[in-house]
Design a protein around this ligand. Structure first.
Ligand code: ZN
Length: 74
């Protein structure tokens, strides 16, 4: 008996680092890879990359707000 297993790894582009990976999570409709996910969790304001990641999070959030048509900032 021949059992052929095909692993279909649909790769997605990480919103933060633009790497194409199959492992990751969905954050408000944006795909974020495992590496960035870990990075974000351990990120401190003293980190060199803090501003970069922070800006990415703001981008994701702003896109999301636009999508749902939220206008409650006033
Ligand atoms: Zn990433």
């Amino acid at each position: 008996m021949v059992c052929q297993m095909e692993v279909i790894a649909s790769k997605q582009k990480c919103f933060v680092c633009n790497k194409e990976v199959s492992e990751g999570i969905d954050v408000l409709g944006k795909f974020i890879c495992e590496d960035c996910q870990k990075k974000l969790v351990n990120l401190s304001p003293f980190d060199e990359e803090y501003e970069f990641y922070r800006q990415k999070m703001i981008d994701i959030w702003e896109d999301y707000i636009k999508e749902i048509g939220y206008e409650g900032w006033t």
